[in-house]
Design a protein around this ligand. Sequence first.
Ligand SMILES: Cc1cc2nc3c(=O)[nH]c(=O)nc-3n(C[C@H](O)[C@H](O)[C@H](O)COP(=O)(O)OP(=O)(O)OC[C@H]3O[C@@H](n4cnc5c(N)ncnc54)[C@H](O)[C@@H]3O)c2cc1C
Length: 392
Amino acid sequence: MSKDQYQAHDYFLMDEMLTDEHKLIRDSARAWVKKEVSPIIEDYYERAEFPNQILDGLASIGGFGPYIPEEYGGAGLDQISYGLIMQELERCDSGLRSTSSVQSSLVMYPIWKFGNETQKKKYLPKLASGEMIGCFGLTEPDFGSNPGGMITNFTEDGDHLILNGAKMWISNAPFADIAVVWAKDPNNRIKGVIVERGMEGFETPEMHGKHSLRASSTGELIFNNVRVPKENILPNKDGLGAPLSCLDSARYGIAWGAIGAAMDCYDSALRYSKERIQFGKPIASFQLIQKKLAEMITEISKAQLLTFRLGQLKNEDRATSAQISMAKRNNVDMALKVAREARQIHGAMGIMNEYSVMRHMANLESVITYEGTHDIHLLITGLDITGIQAFN
Ligand SMILES: Cc1cc2nc3c(=O)[nH]c(=O)nc-3n(C[C@H](O)[C@H](O)[C@H](O)COP(=O)(O)OP(=O)(O)OC[C@H]3O[C@@H](n4cnc5c(N)ncnc54)[C@H](O)[C@@H]3O)c2cc1C
């Protein structure tokens, strides 16, 4: 087992822009990760399992719905606090951050924003405490970047819906207690429906064989004439805009999370380059290694500044979907490049599980694809600046 030697880097003195509360929240998350998750993450990654025993701890550091109001069991924190928690979780592993951001932004957020009071009271406190785990079903086998084409649908039968279809690539599905599922109603309108484990005809088989995000559990959602009470429809928003606004919240968290992964890779590469001797000198003394390290910290610092500003806009409810897309795309791409360079600086050791760099690199290949691919986010920026849609 490798020891977590991580030390944070703050080249542009970003800490001075944070409040004492922000720093406290970030430092608590960091300390919890070091103590409870770092020692076991490689093992769970290799076994391709999510460590369910950490769910209570994850809840205790605000990992589930930190910005959800306290009356519904959340911590009532601001968006920068949410971002800092995501940064610390992904600093350890993208799968850990995925579990947290799916629960917060893709399950709690739609129930909070689009649910009625009964649904909020029934589900949110249990989701905040980790007593209940949720998943988000949008993607289908034939509809990924184009979710509006989804086939999953329901008909009505008295006070029930009859749900049919299938979702694929769903994080947390194999052990989730509830699923927020996006399906078309008899008028072809997309609606959010809360489906509970145990409903007849509802199955959640696990997907195996991932080379990436192995410490996160991914599965399918299969609906075979599932009878869902009508009271489980999220009443306050429908259409594709509803799931897309959840994705905005989750993508915002990813933008912060990717910085965490990049910082961990940079930190490991910096330490290794000072310790590793070749040609009688630490490899950090070679210009080509310094170029790599200097470019890494430059890109990390730029991403930190972009994302902090996005957090301010989010706090003021002024962040646009296109700004969030730009930050998600930039930061994940940046983190992947940092991970690849860090892997090279570690030489052959870089492929070993004694270091986190290869795991981050493999994880980030999922992160650059899910919640909107790298290219789709570019097209969102293109649409925003030209006013012309280039998706189809
Ligand atoms: C580990 C993991 C976890 C996930 N978790 C969830 C989850 O919890 N819930 C959920 O609903 N989904 C989840 N997803 C699904 C994810 O959001 C989709 O994989 C993603 O949206 C891309 O869809 P796709 O894989 O079908 O790729 P496709 O849409 O088939 O895209 C394939 C390629 O074509 C490109 N492309 C597609 N359309 C265009 C276009 N118009 N112009 C140019 N290029 C285009 C894409 O950029 C990509 O490079 C997860 C995925 C992974 C890998």
